[in-house]
Design a protein around this ligand. Structure first.
Ligand code: XMP
Length: 579
């Protein structure tokens, strides 16, 4: 996979691996000589235009290397540009579902229908293919949506076969890999376990390995692999209880490790330290800084206490493939890495190469497969991601009291939350619609967020004890009472959502406490279920009405909760967390 610009690239590489072919991501300009022996090369999509100075390019030698080449979206245009065809700047672009008419199926479209749904997302357009290329398929607005030179095994598609909205996309990738490039279907991550154990033993030598485990899938699987490779006497895990965990989380982590026979995880109880440092803090970035700094202190302390920094130890980390490549680092990984890397002593270990990262070449789904074979219970492996700073970023605070104000479209709720537009962060109030969160409300939300300025989120009112007119935002800080209120709300939502089968349909389900309410019920809860692939973008997912009613009733029965809101906003312009 040659990476011409970010996130698409990993999605394609993952699909290729799912098809049983090992794939690696490399920078787009990797010299052809370094790709010698590869059977198939795919050039990814990306946000640039081939005419922009400095836009990603590839070594044209790859087209003569004998490997099959498939260009996707930008990759397709780049092939055309480099091989003598014409790409024109599009004025308005084409985004979304389209119908592809296949004129010449050949090997690429073999076994698929002559008319098929595809997903387009492009501005520029190929208007003439390079000499020797045949046009294979087109749409009503894009005549050259697929092209190929069967002799040289070079192909390009304007659409995105890697996304689910191109239902036959996976067949197209399979045709490219197996029919055109003659790849062998021999990649199965679960077969890698013996080799991973071997690599761990080689990296550790006669030393021991310690981990900071979080209960998340990656660090758990990496830890268990080390345990299998080295035995319990040579592996130690340290888990930090920050007091910002969900209900029962620390106990569940302890139990999970105990049930796997991994009796070497120690819990560092640091609740008082974290809550003390956070007392009275309102500003979200400040919260993050404090939590980061406390993490470092606790880790350093643990490392000292267990003498983990001397020559007998190496550090184990659950770093996975997208984290190891610059372009793909997600926010989670970056943050987790910062925590670990910044500990002075630990940074030294990394510099000295005293680091074991057994999962560095795997994707998350592959890590889950390995975890299943290691005996980790499926419901643990399928857990939604949970952010390192925990409930702190889901417990919103306010400097002072503020009234709600009425607009024609809804109410301005003066709770500030974080959003993201382009690369920049926004921190803006919320627009609350006085109507239930249904499909119509969602459509209205999308329209309003584009039309009105000054908001980055729209919520709808799912249920409440008091009318919005009677509510206001109240001065509030992070405190144990509010954290406990959030913890109970989160536990209730999770219980109902899991039992109702809703959890399995979404990627993550933050439950947020906001300081909006009445005198006797000062807070409200926001439900934030989203679907996503990697957390970089996300879509708000509506809940079935009966399930939402059950959730809302359970929440309104809790003390201190005035109302239940539902976040209808996608990311961007909002973020998944509210902060
Ligand atoms: P946002 O709110 O930026 O979140 O849309 C994207 C994803 O990242 C998670 N997240 C974090 N994970 N440490 C983590 O381990 C963090 O500091 C952190 N902040 C956000 C968030 O839960 C979502 O999945």
């Amino acid at each position: 996979m040659l990476d011409a610009g970010g996130q698409y690239c990993h999605l394609i590489a993952r699909k290729v691996r799912e098809l049983g072919v090992y794939a690696e991501v490399q920078p787009s300009d990797t010299p052809a000589s370094r790709l010698a022996g590869r059977k198939a090369v795919i050039i990814s999509g990306g946000p640039s235009s081939v005419y922009e100075p400095g836009s990603p390019t590839v070594d044209p030698e790859i087209f003569r290397s004998g490997a099959g080449v498939l260009g996707i979206c930008y990759g397709h245009q780049l092939m055309v540009h480099l091989l003598g065809g014409v790409v024109e700047r599009g004025e308005k672009g084409e985004y979304g579902v389209a119908t592809l008419e296949v004129h010449a199926p050949g090997e690429l479209f073999a076994g698929t229908e002559p008319r098929q749904q595809i997903w387009m997302s492009h501005r520029d357009l190929v208007t003439a293919p390079p000499p020797s290329f045949a046009v294979l398929a087109g749409t009503s607005t894009c005549a050259i949506a697929a092209m190929g030179d069967a002799e040289r095994r070079l192909y390009g598609v304007q659409f995105h076969p890697e996304v689910i909205h191109s239902p036959r996309g996976k067949d197209l990738l399979a045709n490219f890999l197996f029919r055109i490039c003659r790849c062998t279907q021999d990649w199965d991550p679960s077969h890698q376990i013996p080799q991973l154990e071997e690599e761990i033993r080689a990296a550790a030598g006669d030393r021991k390995v310690f981990f900071f485990v979080s209960g998340g899938v990656d660090s758990t699987v990496a830890y268990l692999l080390c345990l299998r490779a080295l035995g319990p006497a040579r592996v130690r895990g340290v888990y930090v209880d920050t007091g910002l965990m969900r209900e029962g989380e620390t106990e569940a982590v302890e139990q999970m490790f105990a049930s796997l026979g991994a009796g070497t995880v120690t819990v560092e109880h640091a609740r008082d330290r974290f809550l003390g440092a956070l007392a009275g803090v309102v500003e979200p970035e400040r919260k993050r800084q404090i939590i980061g700094a406390e993490f470092l202190r606790v880790q350093e302390h643990a490392a000292e206490r267990w003498h983990l920094l001397d020559g007998h130890w190496v550090l184990g980390q659950g770093t996975i493939y997208p984290d190891t490549i610059e372009s793909g680092g997600t926010k989670q990984s970056a943050t987790i890495k910062t925590h670990h890397n910044r500990v002075e002593g630990v940074r030294r270990l990394i510099e000295e190469g005293r680091l074991v990262e057994p999962l560095h070449s795997f994707y998350k789904d592959e890590v889950r497969e390995i975890g299943k074979l290691l005996g980790i219970p499926p419901d643990w492996l399928d857990r939604h991601p949970f952010p390192g700073p925990g409930l702190a970023i889901r417990c919103l605070c306010s400097e002072a009291d503020f009234p709600f104000s009425r607009l024609q479209e809804g109410w301005v709720m003066p709770v500030h939350s974080v959003g993201v537009q382009g690369d920049s962060r926004s921190y803006a109030p919320v627009l609350a619609l006085d109507r239930p969160p249904d499909a119509e409300a969602k459509a209205a939300a999308t329209d309003l967020i584009n039309r009105l300025r000054g908001f980055n989120r729209v919520v709808a009112l799912a249920a409440s004890h008091a009318p919005l007119a009677a509510m206001r935002v109240r001065a509030s800080v992070m405190c144990e009472t509010r954290l406990e209120r959030l913890r109970r709300a989160d536990a209730a939502v999770r219980r109902i959502s899991r039992a109702g089968g809703f959890d399995a349909r979404i990627w993550q389900f933050p439950v947020v406490l906001i300081p909006a309410g009445t005198d006797d019920r000062p807070d409200s809860v926001v439900l934030r279920p989203v679907d996503s692939v990697d957390g970089m973008t996300a879509e708000s997912v509506l809940m079935p009405e009966p399930l939402l009613r059950t959730v809302a009733e359970a929440l309104l029965a809790l003390p201190g909760i005035a109302a239940v809101f539902f976040d209808l906003t996608n990311k961007p312009p909002a973020t998944i967390e509210w902060e």
